[in-house]
Design a protein around this ligand. Structure first.
Ligand code: M6R
Length: 365
């Protein structure tokens, strides 16, 4: 059932191009640049008029939520807050009936996320869910929602469910924007960009042997730092979580500009730093962060846009991804990070599908 792969995690990483297509199937229509989001269509007006959207989730789903915040604010101009479900439920949050509370959960059974949803519902907010498991408790208890259609995810480390969640959030953000906050030409462009993601993802996966070679160099590192900005800041967090979970190497993700406010003190020749440095509006800022790490002899692994020569002079290793519009890049930049974690963990002999101390779904708090 692992389809010839050594682990479920690797199979699930490799499945992403086809999962991406499954998530979009029937939902995006390039012939007339429309979106058909069945699970939320009866509530779309309420969602568009929301005073605020509060996203609650845990772990990787929380990272997807952060990307959702950037997407919804950028496209739909609706204020978004993202909270850990465990914090939200215990901090007497302010929720009013014109708020929307959106919960994101692969399993649909995470105890804290479910409790956050029940609390929001009780306070009269519209509750929306983004779940992978059909018929799960969260899917049943939300008023509206969308399934991610990623298929069963067996590996404890979430991979394909994450990319599917991000696509759902991207489609939702666009659906909330049409005729309101962004021009028709932009909708057309962003839909086209999204529809090209699967094929670009496949070309990144095809570089697995090069990524494995980098993993061999760093498999004994004690710490890793992951840095990204904008849409790729949450990807830095996700890359670090993936590495911690399955390889037991300490890793931290930060917004790249925060480096100066503390983490730079950690940098020396034994600290590998992974930069997500795709060509977008903050590219030159990231380059100067890379230079700062280089001056301190940190090892640099950059995820960069194909054709970027400049970065190859600064980084020790570069993993290239095809060009994509900035809001689409998280779907691509996360893939080399998943593969890097996978190969580092397997090189260290770790059980990647069943890492120690972790369960696939956390149904107790
Ligand atoms: O099923 P959920 O999406 O609610 O699970 C949330 C987290 O427990 C989950 O994402 C966890 O962090 C993963 N092991 C990450 O790979």
């Amino acid at each position: 059932e692992k389809g010839g792969f050594e682990h479920f995690m690797l199979k699930e990483i490799f499945e992403q191009p086809s999962v991406m297509q499954d998530v979009m199937r029937g939902r995006i229509h390039l012939e007339d640049n429309t979106l058909h989001l069945g699970g939320v269509k009866d509530h779309l007006e309420k969602l568009r008029k929301a005073k605020r959207i509060i996203i609650c989730a845990c772990g990787t789903s929380w990272h997807a939520g952060l990307i959702g915040e950037y997407l919804i604010e950028e496209f739909a101009r609706i204020p978004v807050e993202v909270d850990y479900a465990s914090e939200f439920r215990y901090r007497t949050p302010i929720i009013s009936p014109d708020d929307v509370v959106m919960v994101i959960s692969q399993s649909g059974e995470t105890a804290d996320t479910l409790a956050a949803l029940r609390m929001a519902k009780e306070k009269g907010a519209l509750v929306m869910g983004i779940c992978n498991v059909v018929g799960s408790t969260i899917a049943r208890e939300t008023t509206c929602g969308m399934y991610t259609h990623a298929g069963p995810e067996i590996g404890v480390a979430s991979t394909k469910a994450f990319t599917a969640q991000v696509i759902v959030l991207y489609m939702l953000a666009l659906a909330l924007s049409i005729g309101r906050t962004i021009k028709d030409e932009e909708i057309a462009l962003y839909l086209k960009e999204l529809s090209e993601a699967p094929q670009k993802a496949a070309s990144i996966i095809a570089q697995h042997a090069d990524i494995r070679a980098i993993a061999k160099v760093y498999k004994d590192a004690r710490n890793f730092l992951y840095l990204g900005r904008g849409f790729n800041f949450p990807v830095a967090l996700e890359g670090a979580l993936k590495l911690k979970e399955i390889s037991y190497i300490h890793a931290e993700g930060y917004p790249a500009a925060e480096m100066k406010h503390g983490p730079i003190a950690l940098i020396d020749k034994d600290m590998p730093v992974i930069f997500i440095a795709t060509r977008d509006s903050t590219y030159t800022k990231i380059l100067s962060n890379i230079e700062e790490v280089r001056t301190r002899k940190g090892k640099i692994i950059a995820i960069a846009t194909e054709g970027d020569q400049e970065i190859s002079n600064l980084a020790d290793h570069v993993i290239y991804i095809p060009y994509a519009a900035a809001p689409v890049t998280p779907l691509l930049t996360v893939i080399p990070l998943q593969l890097l974690s996978y190969y580092i963990a397997t090189e260290r002999g770790c059980n990647v599908d069943r890492p120690r101390n972790l369960a696939k779904s956390v149904t107790v708090e």
